[in-house]
Ligand binder design. Structure first.
Ligand SMILES: *Cc1c(COP(=O)(O)O)cnc(C)c1O
Length: 340
């Protein structure tokens, strides 16, 4: 693959901002290069722009090289950067499945990039040929999300592979919910497919949505472009230190995931008994897509009882569906007792 064919012209030739700390490597006794306040308080210095200590730890956990990682302000940052790196505004386009995560389309709009939706088949199944048929000479990116939001299901691996192999441009696989599924991550295929970008996040299973830290994994060449385009100090030191420490708590994360998965089964079984619930879609994530008799009415009734669900009734293939996140056992008790 000739990656440069898919890079925006101005990004190919961009000279990135050079940080003070980029120009000097080694130990120093005196730092008077960055106009910082010299009095130590733990945070008076600019943070590592490439977050190497944190990436080394993530790399060990995920079985990749630190140089294959880009960290962002949530996964939303790499999603936006994909357009800024790979798509010429007003010219190039992206192809995505529908329904899927809303930010792919919003960031396309912000970047003035055409966003072409390919509707999933019955049961939210992926049809690779349909996706590939939507590709034209200006398609630079294909978005896949597995397990998919808001449908909750894993996409078929063979169909996904067909797309990665059959498309010469960039394929992004969003694995925000991978921790809730037994399926193998696409991270293991990074070295095999040089057009692949995998997104993961600390916002879901890791319980750190408030911290805003997302991960993009790709070839060293692609990560080089991410590093060139991102804000120099995009991950602040508080976040770098906090996530570094949280990475020691894998066992706690797994314990919580186990409870969430048990609660998901319980919620699905109990919701299925409610007369107003018409269908519960199978989920490989930490939420259920639930078809009810009247989603707008039920959304309002639950909201009046101070229970907030996500009304997806206006989303492709999701008529009369609410998306319900699996809560704590106590939260699920309340939800189940209030749905009549
Ligand atoms: C929640 C979610 C994310 C995570 O976004 P962050 O910016 O990392 O919080 C990414 N992709 C999908 C599909 C999601 O549902």
């Amino acid at each position: 693959m000739d990656l440069s064919k898919y890079i925006r012209q101005n990004i190919l030739s961009l000279a990135p901002y050079s940080c003070a700390r980029d120009e000097f490597k080694g130990n120093a006794r005196v730092f008077v290069d960055a106009n910082e306040n010299p009095f130590q308080n733990g945070y008076n210095r600019y943070p590592d722009p490439l977050q190497l200590a944190l990436k080394e730890k993530i790399a060990k956990l995920k079985g990749v090289r630190a140089t294959q990682i880009m960290l962002g302000n949530g996964s939303d940052e790499p999603i936006d950067l994909v357009y800024r790196i790979f798509c010429e505004p007003g010219k190039d386009n992206a192809v995505a499945i529908a329904p899927s995560y809303g930010m792919y389309g919003v960031c396309a709009d912000i970047n003035d990039v055409e966003y072409k939706k390919v509707v999933l088949e019955e049961g939210f199944k992926l049809n690779a040929d349909k996706v590939l048929a939507a590709v034209d000479a200006n398609t630079h990116v294909i978005w896949l999300c597995s397990p998919n939001n808001p449908s909750g299901n894993l996409l078929n691996r063979g169909e996904m592979e067909k797309i990665i192999k059959g498309f010469d441009g960039i394929v992004v696989i969003d694995e925000a919910y991978a921790d809730f599924s037994a399926e193998e991550s696409w991270l293991a295929s990074l070295d095999k497919y040089e057009n692949l970008i995998v997104l993961q996040t600390f916002s879901k299973a890791w319980g750190l949505a408030g911290v805003r830290c997302g991960m993009a994994f790709a070839s060293e060449e692609i990560i080089g472009y991410f590093n060139k385009v991102k804000y120099p100090y995009n991950i602040n030191l508080l976040t770098q230190e906090f996530v570094f420490k949280k990475l020691d708590e894998v066992a706690e994360k797994e314990k919580q995931v186990k409870i969430i998965l048990e609660q998901r089964s319980r919620l699905a079984a109990e919701l299925a008994k409610k007369s107003r619930v018409k269908k519960i879609y199978p989920s490989d994530a930490n939420f259920l897509l639930v078809e009810v008799d009247d989603a707008n009415a039920m959304y309002k009734e639950l909201a009046a009882k101070e229970i907030v669900t996500r009304n997806r009734t206006n989303v492709t293939l999701c008529q009369n569906c609410l998306r319900i996140t699996v809560g704590t056992p106590e939260e699920n008790d309340i939800l189940l007792s209030e749905i009549q």
